[in-house]
Design a protein around this ligand. Structure first.
Ligand code: SAH
Length: 246
């Protein structure tokens, strides 16, 4: 079970994604619990102001620290243990490893979504934030980032995907990329599905898939391949083929 709170200026953005497909079913079946916290509920003025201009000048608006601090105080009132996640392009890069760690953590993942030009830097003093980024680019708000992280985390919870083995054999598990997959028809515009997959020979299929995963990882992502657990025999086999192909 993954439990999270998402603090945002745009609750509908979060709800529309969480109300669809696998994430929706995960919530209905109690494997995922998400609460959406509307930052505007924690403003104190008539206009429900959440942003203001930056001191020192410059483009755009920043989220004010007070409404956020009030929202955090309200969340803390339930006494639940939490992990505080600040979505930020300056953060540590999100990864399969982090998703996997979160999927086993019983604490509530509490995401804060920035918007506009970002957040008043004093936000840092309001909680023990882990700053996490989804990649080296800037998006308009933390909502999509939080959704990416919740999605990647929730699908690792046992039962969220119908068949548990689908999680085990995917890209990045064991630092390997996935082997190629095919579905019907067996022949499409002259392209045949590899014969071994039609053979019904399970050991041969497993060996072929392992071999393909190793090759694809080495070819596309040598950085990942370096971290994968590869047997001595497998390494020799791949080295031999590489030296043959030049
Ligand atoms: N001015 C900031 C960018 C602000 S973008 C800068 O230059 O660093 C507005 C918000 O979108 C951020 O506060 C953050 O919550 C979110 N965001 C943008 N890019 C992100 C990324 N790569 N990963 C995670 N969150 C991101």
């Amino acid at each position: 079970m993954v439990r999270c709170d998402i603090i945002t200026l745009f609750p509908d953005m979060i709800r529309s994604v969480l109300g669809t497909s696998i994430l929706r079913r995960a919530q209905e079946e109690g494997q995922l619990d998400v609460r959406v916290v509307d930052l505007r509920d924690y403003t104190s003025d008539r206009h429900r102001t959440v942003d203001d201009v930056p001191y020192g000048g410059g483009a755009g608006m920043l989220l004010k620290v007070e409404p956020i601090a009030r929202a955090l105080d309200a969340l803390r009132a339930d006494g639940e243990p939490r992990r505080w996640v600040l979505t930020s392009p300056r953060g540590r890069r999100f990864s399969h490893e982090l998703a996997s760690e979160w999927s086993r953590d019983s604490r509530r993942l509490t995401f804060l979504c920035g918007h506009y030009e970002g957040i008043d830097d004093r936000i840092g003093a309001t909680a023990a934030w882990e700053e996490v980024s989804i990649g080296d680019y800037v998006i308009t708000g933390g909502e999509l980032a939080a959704l990416v992280m919740v999605d990647a985390t929730a699908r690792l919870v046992p039962g969220v995907l119908g068949d548990p083995s689908s999680v085990q054999e995917e890209s990045f598990v064991d630092s390997l990329l996935e082997y190629p997959q095919y579905t019907r028809p067996a022949e499409f515009r002259g392209l045949r599905v590899p014969e071994v997959l039609l053979s019904g020979h399970h050991a041969a299929i497993r060996a072929w898939r392992r071999d393909q995963a190793l090759r694809e990882t080495l070819r596309r992502r040598p950085d990942l391949f370096g971290r994968a657990e590869v047997t001595e025999a497998e390494r020799r086999h791949i080295d031999a083929e590489n030296s043959l192909s030049g």
